[in-house]
Design a binder for this molecule. Structure first.
Ligand SMILES: [Zn+2]
Length: 344
């Protein structure tokens, strides 16, 4: 099996189009047509992880954080990013990053895993994204039925009814053209367009627009309820233990039981207002700065558990996703502790 086959499967779970603009998820080093020997899963790709991959005879590292975020102008090993890339290339090890696209999916995503660890129920995405495309197509009448079927199979849903009154015919064009309007999740745009082209044998004109609707299955953070309202201090203890946090930095308690919990793995401060508006009692995330803690303002408790700590179970998540689907290659979770932060 080629590396590309595993990547294609991962991208059905976390489509690359769902990554944030600053991100660099995807195949960072390596060739997707290489035969897959084994996979090593890690939160970060540091040199020790590449060494571990070599020892385990894994030629693919799947990393949550991309080792390369911005353009590399030189490769002379003067910093850890260059050294990791050089070592991986020299040793025929591919590196694939599955970062904010995995953060942004409701099912099997980073935040779903945190919510599972904390026992949250009735979960939903905290800040859904506008992640739908509208496709308007003009195609010959004789292809309309097959096209409709294939578009639906590819994941599209009808917006406009395809009745006869929707037919248009252009002057000088002898064909009777049908106008079809469908919408699909952004991630399925490619599949829907290829269905459209194949059903019409490329005899089609179409335009693609972005819709303003929110897709409840795609977006940042997650919110849910505890099974029972829990005392604030008791919940913070539970949080520290469950998330194996070296330290939990939190804002003033409010003298109110914790029932609704908002979470965001990694740096989630930008979601604070969503958590407050949706009446979360606590917002659990990481990378908070001193002045940002004041924004809790008595409306919520902010709890910063550390970046690595908030996302550490992503490794288990990816391991389960891969091993539930494939058994024809070895998959390993890294034993390297990649957290660059220590606690006294
Ligand atoms: Zn992160």
């Amino acid at each position: 099996m080629q590396i590309g086959e595993l990547i294609a499967y991962l991208e059905t779970i976390a489509p690359p189009s769902y990554q944030e603009g600053y991100d660099n998820s995807g195949l960072i080093v390596g060739d997707s047509s290489i035969e897959l020997k084994g996979v090593l899963i890690s939160l970060d790709t540091i040199e020790a992880v590449v060494d571990e991959a070599m020892e385990l005879d894994c030629n693919l590292i799947i990393s949550h954080h991309p080792i390369v975020f911005k353009g590399l102008k030189r490769l002379n090993g003067k910093n850890y990013v260059e050294r990791v890339v050089m070592k991986a290339i020299k040793n025929d090890i591919a590196i694939y990053a599955i970062h904010t696209n995995l953060d942004n999916v409701y099912q099997n995503g980073v935040n779903a895993k945190i919510a599972e660890k904390l026992g949250l129920q009735n979960t939903r995405i905290l800040a859904p994204k506008q992640a739908f495309k509208k496709i308007i197509a003009y195609l010959p009448l004789e292809h309309s039925e097959t096209t409709q079927q294939l578009l639906f199979q590819a994941g599209a849903e009808a917006i406009h009814s395809f009745d006869q009154s929707a037919h248009v015919s252009f002057a000088g064009n002898k064909k009777n053209l049908v106008r079809m309007e469908v919408r699909c999740p952004t991630a399925l745009k490619g599949a829907v367009l290829s269905a459209l082209n194949s059903a019409t044998k490329n005899d089609v004109s179409f335009e693609v627009l972005s819709l303003e609707n929110y897709n409840e299955h795609v977006g940042s953070g997650m919110i849910g309820d505890l099974a029972e309202p829990t005392d604030e201090k008791a919940f913070l203890e539970f949080l520290k233990n469950t998330m194996k946090a070296g330290v939990v930095r939190y804002t003033n308690l409010r003298g109110k039981a914790i029932g609704k919990v908002a979470v965001c793995g990694g740096a989630g401060g930008f979601l604070l207002n969503h958590a407050i508006t949706q009446k979360a009692d606590i917002f659990i995330t990481s990378d908070y700065k001193y002045h940002e803690f004041f924004d809790a303002d008595g409306k919520i408790i902010i709890a910063d558990i550390g970046h690595f700590e908030s996302e550490q179970f992503t490794v288990d998540l990816l391991y389960d996703i891969i091993t539930n689907k494939f058994s024809n290659f070895a998959a390993h979770c890294t034993k390297v502790y990649t957290n660059p932060v220590n606690y006294l």
